[in-house]
Ligand binder design. Structure first.
Ligand code: MLC
Ligand code: AMP
Length: 507
């Protein structure tokens, strides 16, 4: 999944005040590949996990793994150790590459596992070696996603998948060598990896990295001097636009005016990974002069449906299928709810909701070592079941929700309620529990837990419980609301009725 670049002198990456050309990136990636290969001719899809800060190092490691024939497993830089260990166990990674900042966190673990441990800048040599020739059907990457099972699953994409996912976006959103994109997103998910970094670099544009999101730093970036002949591109989740608006509202009027002026020159601003509230879209348009392009995607499929680059960007809607991506809406019986497969021809009033099914070269290969889950995720004729329910309204798809209350989207992260429940049940004070997502303007959904306590008369110390949870779960999975109940609402089959539970948090 490495592309050839006509001009090696062009700037590929800006990070930490340094500038790196495409030539630098290609050479550094080949050195990394040579180091990973050692004396082998091909990594043959061995898994290489890497916990590397966003920037030049991240990309050279990712590309080095691909050049060497390995499968890249990017680790979240903020996850607690148990969450990282789960990914290392599940992938069976036998090489772990880390930035120096993470060496102490992971060195002992790597030693215990007897896996190769490479600390960037410490254990490196500038080697060149013959690189393997890879066929597009080879596995390239595993990303972990939470689903309707209690443990995250590894989504395996091939080089061909990544090629299709990036090629379709390059055309649909007109990426070019003139692009200068800002990356504020985490680099263990497709939004940051594919849409921001891979697409921009494939087009020959420049990616500038912020190590993590800060509203002021984003506005400073818009206001900083423009690179000559460059167009700024910005992509984020709705929570980030919400936070940018909130910060903008605190700034003095002259600063607001300057930011607004700077943002108008931007080529493209995109929102995705969760539903963009119409109020956020409208307010952002007033501030920036840009009508956000909202699109729909998923770890398993990259991007599938998008509002047009040119043409009406309809608020509250995700747009139309991207070129090369097949989309169907089906009912519970698996029958199409659309009479007409060409979306532009539907009329108001004919919309019936259905689950979105997706087919195309963009669709992932498999869940890592979970053949049953992979089989269950596809229809017998090969359509991927997204679990998202949508309607088609005069040529534009609109998401209505998901067919499972066990999946929560918070801050653009997908979270499995079952995973959090499983951890909560191991706490000595918790007899039973149920986790739900509550609607929230800032986060999309807020994680909330209803608890049946072992000792109902002893008050629950939620601060202590949160601290305990944070040692095991990433911060964004830790419930922000707790509610002690004598019992959980259940249906006749004994299953907790989460839709009945949610309003109880308002009482
Ligand atoms: C963090 N906090 C939360 C939270 N996440 N509170 C409630 N709900 C959440 N989900 C709290 C933290 O605990 C902390 O509080 C405070 O907010 C600041 O934490 P932070 O980690 O510094 O937050 P911040 O940097 O502001 O993070 C917000 C964010 C981040 C929006 C930048 O969530 C993010 O990067 N989201 C993007 C995820 C993403 O890339 N998804 C794409 C998936 S791919 P305290 O009390 O601890 O100080 C996909 C497919 C597709 O979906 O279509 O793209
Ligand atoms: P993930 O598994 O983290 O890749 O998240 C994918 C999920 O994010 C999808 O299945 C949708 O539920 C949700 N999603 C992505 N984009 C949008 C959008 N524009 N509107 C609503 N939901 C979205």
């Amino acid at each position: 999944m490495i592309w050839s670049f006509p001009d090696p002198t062009r700037t590929a990456i800006l990070a930490n005040g340094q500038s790196y050309s495409f030539g630098d990136l290609q050479q550094a990636s080949r050195h990394m590949a040579a180091q990973l290969l050692a004396n082998q001719s091909d990594l043959n899809e061995r898994r290489v996990a890497f916990m590397v800060e966003p920037g030049f190092d991240y990309v050279r490691v990712q590309w080095g793994i691909w050049l060497a024939g390995g499968v890249g497993v990017p680790l979240c830089t903020t996850h607690p150790l148990p969450a990282i260990q789960y990914v290392l166990d599940d992938t069976g990674a036998d090489v772990l590459v880390v930035s120096p900042a993470f060496a102490n966190l992971l060195r002992d673990d790597a030693t215990r596992r007897h896996i190769r441990f490479i600390v960037l800048g410490e254990d490196e040599t500038s080697l060149e070696t013959l690189l393997p020739t890879l066929t597009p059907d080879r596995r390239a990457m595993i990303l972990y996603t939470s689903g309707t099972t209690n443990l995250p699953k590894g989504v395996v994409t091939t080089h061909a998948n990544l090629d299709a996912q990036t090629a379709t976006l390059l055309k649909a959103w007109s990426y070019s060598t003139c692009d200068h994109a800002l990356c504020v997103l985490p680099l263990h998910h497709v939004h940051g990896i594919v849409n921001v970094v891979s697409c921009t670099l494939r087009a020959g544009g420049t990616v500038e990295f912020l190590s993590n999101f800060s509203a002021q730093a984003v506005f400073d970036w818009f206001r900083a001097n423009q690179l000559p002949n460059r167009d700024r591109v910005f992509m984020a989740v709705p929570t980030i636009y919400f936070k940018l608006i909130a910060h903008f509202d605190t700034l003095p009027p002259d600063e607001q005016t300057a930011i607004t002026g700077a943002m108008r020159a931007c080529r493209l601003m995109v929102s995705g990974s969760a539903a963009l509230p119409v109020s956020v879209m409208e307010r952002w348009e007033a501030i920036s002069g840009h009508r956000l392009l909202e699109r729909y995607g998923m770890t398993e499929i990259g991007m599938a449906i998008s509002n047009p680059y040119m043409g009406e960007r309809r608020a509250g809607h995700i747009g139309q299928p991207l070129p090369g991506v097949g989309i169907r809406l089906v009912d519970d019986a698996g029958l199409d709810v659309q009479d007409d497969a060409s979306p532009g021809e539907s009329t108001p009033g004919d919309a019936s909701p259905g689950e979105i099914l997706v087919k195309g070269d963009n669709v992932f290969l498999e869940y890592w070592q979970r053949p049953d889950a992979t089989e269950a995720a596809f229809t017998p004729d090969g359509w991927f079941r997204t679990g998202d329910v949508a309607v088609l309204e005069t040529g534009y798809y609109r998401i209505l929700g998901r067919n499972s209350t066990d999946i929560i989207k918070s801050g653009g992260y997908k979270i499995s309620a079952l995973e959090i429940e499983e951890v909560l049940r191991t706490h000595p004070l918790v007899a039973d529990c149920s986790v739900v997502g509550l609607p929230n303007d800032e986060w999309g959904e807020l994680v909330a837990a209803a608890l049946v306590l072992q000792h109902p008369n002893t008050p629950l110390d939620t601060a202590q419980l949160s601290t305990w949870l944070r040692e095991q779960l990433p911060a964004y999975k830790v419930p922000r609301r707790f509610l002690a109940l004598p019992d959980l609402p259940r249906n006749a089959m004994g299953k907790v009725t989460k839709n009945d539970l949610k309003p109880m948090f308002n009482d």
